[in-house]
Design a protein around this ligand. Structure first.
Ligand SMILES: [Zn+2]
Length: 146
C-alpha cells in the first residue's frame, strides 16, 4: 500500500456563526482574521470593487487574481435594522435580537447588533463591527457602540 493520505478538507468556516451553514468556503481566511479580532472584507485591485461578505472572485471585472483582503476599520452609521421576535432554526435562544445594515461609506455591512439594548438602537447611531466568540467556541461579528 502506498499510504497516500487524503488531503484534509479546510473546514475553518464550520466555526463561523451561531449556526454554520457551510463548512468550507473560498474565503476561509475570514475565520482566521476574526480569531485575530479583525473583521475583513475583500477588494479587487483591478477595478476597486469592495466585497462584504468577502468574495474570492470579482464579478465585476472577473479578474480572479486581483482580490486582496482589507480590514474593516472605524465606525459606521446604522442604516436600518429589524428586531426579530421569531428566529430561524438554531437561533431561538438568542431572541430577541436585531439584524442590521451598517453604512461604512464605501461599503455596507450586514450583521447583528451586539451589546446595545434594543430600545436604545436608533437609525443613524454610530456602531463598530467587532469579532465576537460565542460560549460554544463559534465565532461571529457583531455591531457595538464605539
Ligand atoms: Zn474587479
Amino acid at each position: 500500500m502506498s499510504g497516500h493520505k487524503k488531503p484534509e478538507a479546510d473546514r475553518r468556516f464550520a466555526r463561523f456563526g451561531t449556526v454554520s451553514f457551510t463548512a468550507t468556503s473560498k474565503v476561509n481566511d475570514f475565520i482566521d482574521y476574526l480569531e485575530d479580532g479583525q473583521v475583513c472584507g475583500t477588494k479587487c485591485r483591478t477595478c476597486g470593487a469592495v466585497f462584504f461578505p468577502p468574495r474570492a472572485q470579482c464579478f465585476k471585472c472577473r479578474d480572479q487574481a486581483a482580490i486582496e483582503w482589507f480590514q474593516v476599520s472605524g465606525s459606521g452609521k446604522l442604516a436600518t435594522f429589524s428586531e426579530l421576535k421569531y428566529a430561524p432554526t438554531g437561533f431561538g435562544g438568542d431572541l430577541p435580537y436585531a439584524i442590521a445594515v451598517l453604512d461604512m461609506g464605501e461599503y455596507k455591512l450586514f450583521g447583528r447588533i451586539g451589546y446595545v439594548p434594543l430600545d436604545e438602537v436608533r437609525v443613524g447611531m454610530e456602531l463598530v463591527p467587532q469579532a465576537h466568540q460565542l460560549p460554544d467556541g463559534q465565532i461571529i461579528y457583531v455591531f457595538n457602540r464605539p
